[in-house]
Design a binder for this molecule. Structure first.
Ligand SMILES: Nc1ncnc2c1ncn2[C@@H]1O[C@H](COP(=O)(O)OP(=O)(O)OP(=O)(O)O)[C@@H](O)[C@H]1O
Ligand SMILES: [Mg+2]
Length: 356
């Protein structure tokens, strides 16, 4: 067993996992540094839980190996891996109080009662449960139970934390609060953490690096800023950002992207018949009809609060623009959309490859 509070590195090497004919993870490589917070982000069914279960030892890979520090643990029993996992569907002991549930991992280790009590209180505080220590799970809300499961994982001070959507049962406000708290806690404990979510905001705010998974294939592993500013392909570009990146279909002809007969200057160069031009709503701006890069008709104008979200029609595509909150244009009005050249991404539609 590694020392209490040790920070481990983690490595998946060419991991494959199939259930019958279904390939759930393909050629999965991921390296996590000691003390790093990596978020695995992907849609439902992309293989996130499976990856965590393989690392924790609850599932065997069909091929490849997993390593904790320099040790190949692929064949090692879960209890010898020094990992705590908070499950997507967590189970608490129904006949134990909150305090007993949280302290249980230390009781199993045979620690002194006074020491367990102090650690229990400390873990409970991390997730704001200190006033509920004497309750039983049936007397708690779903969100409170989820926090008990978190506290029970925290108290072990493992070498690696695995967390599978640990905030999914919380309401929006508590979720935001717990997110900040988790980030703070991970930084102060410094425990290597792999955290699974399908919520891009959670991924961007929590992670040192985000790993984006689609149908079992790792699409990109990079810092939140790199994922946002320098997406590896069309999938990542459209997955991150809210509202999502605009995609406009057309062809790349030299430096120009040609869409519905209009030539838009880009910083790309080459020839792509079936191309996609991408630009984020916050990088576009509205102009008079004659001054924009494109001249479009307004489809809707929605006041969000601090800004207006204006959607315009361009051929078969729609383009969203974040506009000032006092923009008064109405449905059907003509408007110019200015698309700055240096904010244009270009992709090959055939394979989603990014050209620029
Ligand atoms: N024991 C199993 N037997 C057969 N198929 C399975 C098994 N476990 C998972 N799968 C399949 O593997 C795929 C990936 O599942 P996984 O639970 O890893 O997805 P996920 O990314 O965690 O999704 P979610 O966000 O919905 O939790 C799914 O298509 C799922 O149906
Ligand atoms: Mg899952």
């Amino acid at each position: 067993m590694a020392e209490y509070g040790h920070k481990a590195s983690v490595r998946f090497e060419n991991v494959e996992k199939s259930f019958g004919d279904v390939k759930v993870l393909r050629d999965f490589d991921l390296e996590v540094e000691p003390g790093e917070f990596v978020v695995l982000l992907g849609a439902s069914g992309s293989g996130k839980t499976t990856a965590l279960r393989i690392l924790s030892g609850l599932e065997q890979p069909s091929a490849g190996s997993v390593h904790i520090d320099e040790r190949n643990v692929t064949e090692i029993l879960p209890k010898y891996r020094d990992i705590s996992m908070v499950f997507q569907s967590y189970a608490l002991y129904p006949h134990k109080t909150v305090a007993e549930n949280i302290g249980f991992p230390l009781r199993v280790r045979g620690m002194e009662k006074a020491e367990i009590d102090a650690a229990t209180l400390d873990s409970a505080r991390q997730v704001q449960l200190e006033s509920l220590l004497e309750r039983y799970p049936r007397e708690l809300s779903g969100g409170q139970r989820q926090r008990v499961a978190l506290a029970r994982a925290i108290i072990r001070r493992p070498s690696v934390f695995l967390m599978d959507e640990p905030l999914s049962n919380l309401d929006a406000k508590l979720r935001g609060h717990m997110r900040a708290q988790l980030k703070h806690m991970q930084k102060s404990l410094g425990t290597t953490t792999i955290y699974v979510t399908h919520d891009q905001i959670e991924a961007m705010t929590l992670a040192h690096r985000v790993a984006i998974l689609e149908r079992g294939i790792l699409q990109q592993l990079a810092t939140p800023a790199e994922i946002y500013n320098d997406p590896a392909n069309l999938f990542v570009a459209q997955f991150i950002g809210s509202p999502p990146m605009n995609v406009i279909h057309g062809k790349l002809d030299g430096q120009d992207f040609v869409t519905n007969g209009v030539r838009v200057q880009t910083t790309a160069s080459g020839q792509i018949e079936d191309g996609v031009m991408g630009v984020r709503p916050e990088d576009c701006s509205l102009a008079t009809p004659s001054e924009g890069t494109l001249t479009c008709k307004i489809y809707t104008n929605e006041l969000i609060g601090d800004h207006a979200l204006v959607t315009v029609e361009w051929g078969d595509d729609q383009i969203s623009v974040k506009a000032p909150k006092d923009f008064t244009g109405e449905q059907g009005d003509e408007v110019g959309v200015h698309i700055p050249r240096n904010h244009i991404f270009v992709f090959d539609r055939a394979d989603g490859r990014r050209v620029r």
